[in-house]
Design a protein around this ligand. Structure first.
Ligand code: UDH
Ligand code: MN
Length: 488
């Protein structure tokens, strides 16, 4: 009994309520531990959730922006930047805002202007005066800009005309065969068909103010000029529908103006024409992109002689002048054979200080002047110069002489002709045979001997013609005209 007493383990007294206390404190810890675990889990969960959100934001917004910027920096040509927009990568609003900022800051960079214009044409007219200094990371673009703007300006050379009447080197022609056309032209259009006889005191269109006024001037040296152009007529001339698709910014009768700056020159390209449809498609294929790179406000007028009578190149050019100034306030006029295509875009069709002979070098003549007073092929005169010489003569029926007569008119009006340097005055001529109705004019030598006496009463002031139709096609304005040609 006592042994049993001895064996008893001592009892540790427990204070009343202490067990409850211990139980209580461990519940709190468990509670807090649980909460912390839950919070951590929640945080981890939130963090994990962020990953796809951030990834989404990165891929859609940030990378699009970064890529866009990369693309802009590495893309200089208008066509590639247009492609970029065509792919939809510049529809993002943030990018667009950024782009617009850049375009305002760098008005010389036409690719940017085009891009902004393609994306959102209504917002392109940002006044240059309100351009805020740009805060962000654009410094590396500035260098690109500056480099682009360093394209060398073409230098004008003045050719002092040799003395009296020029010698006509009639047909140094070694041209081979080709070209008949079968394909028809696609025409969208507004047609103004009138058959009125026009004598040339043509009403002049008032200056177009408004939309141009808020644009900054285009730079003296267009930034997208490429120099030599690889011109070839070995392929079939593209269909008109393809040409239209390739020149989306040309519209309303072959009219184009730079979308993001105010062109320095408004030029009408006047083409004397009859039955040269394939030539015209080659012409449009090469010349539209070239003239756009030159940042001109220009439109192409094809003056199509109606009927089968004798051809009169000079009179058609007078008609082109008279009809074009009814549409726009052109400052100068490039009179342009349809079969000549410019091979160097530095030969800018800007309004010349003196009548300019553009087609100085033609492949057919081995890129050399056949004679120093030659003034045929492609010439350009301002409105004042053209009026001063009373335009072209209306009296040269058949081939030859009208260009030499114009040379004389320029000279007798106290002006000289100018040319660009021979390395940029380069044209390729489409080979063709002489058409019926354009046989050499036997009276031409006699006529050019008399320019001094005839010019005052034969030209713009005696021009008469009937417009058969005037159609504003997408890539050119077609004026079909009855010039009262004698039968051939
Ligand atoms: N033109 C036409 N249709 C014609 C004739 C002339 O559109 O039927 C226009 C056309 O813009 C042409 C320009 O007038 O570019 C000058 O005419 P042209 O090309 O006939 O003159 P060019 O001096 O040729 O180039 C002369 C005839 C060459 C014959 C060669 C034979 N081997
Ligand atoms: Mn020709």
């Amino acid at each position: 009994m006592s042994k049993g007493h001895m064996d008893k383990k001592p009892v540790i007294p427990i204070k009343a309520g202490s067990l409850e206390k211990t139980r209580t404190s461990s519940t709190v810890t468990v509670f807090f531990e649980g909460a912390v675990r839950k919070k951590t889990l929640a945080l981890v969960f939130i963090f994990i959730l962020q990953v796809p959100v951030l990834y989404y934001l990165y891929t859609t917004e940030v990378s699009a922006y970064v890529n866009m910027k990369q693309d802009i920096k590495s893309t200089s040509s208008m066509s590639s930047i247009s492609k970029l927009c065509a792919n939809g990568s510049c529809t993002n609003t943030k990018n667009l805002l950024k782009l617009r900022k850049w375009a305002q800051r760098y008005p010389a960079r036409s690719s940017l202007r085009h891009m902004v214009n393609i994306v959102e044409p209504s917002t392109t007219a940002a006044p240059s005066t309100t351009v805020a200094p740009n805060e962000d990371n654009l410094s590396n673009m500035t260098k690109t800009e500056q480099l682009q703007n360093e394209t060398i300006l073409p230098v004008e050379t003045t050719t002092i005309p040799s003395t009296t009447t020029s010698t006509v080197s009639s047909s140094t022609t070694t041209e081979s065969t080709t070209t008949t056309t079968t394909e028809s032209t696609t025409t969208t259009t507004t047609t103004t068909t009138e058959a009125t006889t026009t004598t040339t005191t043509v009403p002049e269109k008032p200056a177009e103010a408004g939309e141009d006024a808020i644009l900054p001037d285009c730079p003296e040296t267009p930034p997208d000029l490429q120099g030599n152009i690889d011109v070839s007529f070995a392929h079939t001339a593209p269909e008109m529908s393809k040409l239209e698709a390739d020149n989306p910014l040309v519209k309303d009768g072959g009219h184009y103006k730079p979308p993001y700056c105010k062109a320095l020159y408004k030029v009408a390209i006047v083409i004397p024409y009859r039955d040269r449809e394939e030539h015209l498609r080659y012409f449009l294929e090469y010349m539209h992109p070239t003239l756009q790179r030159q940042q001109l406000d220009y439109a192409i007028y094809v003056v199509n002689q109606a009927g089968t009578g004798k051809f009169n190149r000079a009179k058609l050019m007078n008609v082109g002048y008279a009809e074009s100034i009814k549409d726009h306030d052109f400052q100068c006029f490039a009179f342009h054979d349809v079969d000549l295509v410019l091979e160097n875009d530095k030969s800018i069709y800007s309004c010349p200080s003196s009548p300019r002979h553009l087609s100085a070098g033609v492949d057919k003549f081995n890129y050399q002047l056949p004679y120093s007073a030659i003034f045929g092929g492609v010439t350009e005169l301002t409105k004042e110069q053209f009026q001063k010489v009373n335009g072209y003569s209306n009296s040269f029926w058949g081939w030859g002489g009208e260009d030499d007569d114009m040379f004389n008119r320029v000279k007798f009006s106290g002006m000289n002709i100018i040319r660009y340097p021979m390395d940029i005055s380069r044209y390729k001529m489409i080979t063709h045979q002489r058409e019926k109705g354009n046989e050499p004019n036997p009276k031409r030598f006699d006529q050019i001997r008399k320019t001094k006496d005839t010019m005052a009463n034969d030209g713009l002031n005696t021009l008469e013609y009937k417009v058969v139709s005037k159609q504003k096609n997408k890539l050119y304005t077609n004026v079909t005209v009855d010039i009262m040609a004698p039968a051939r």
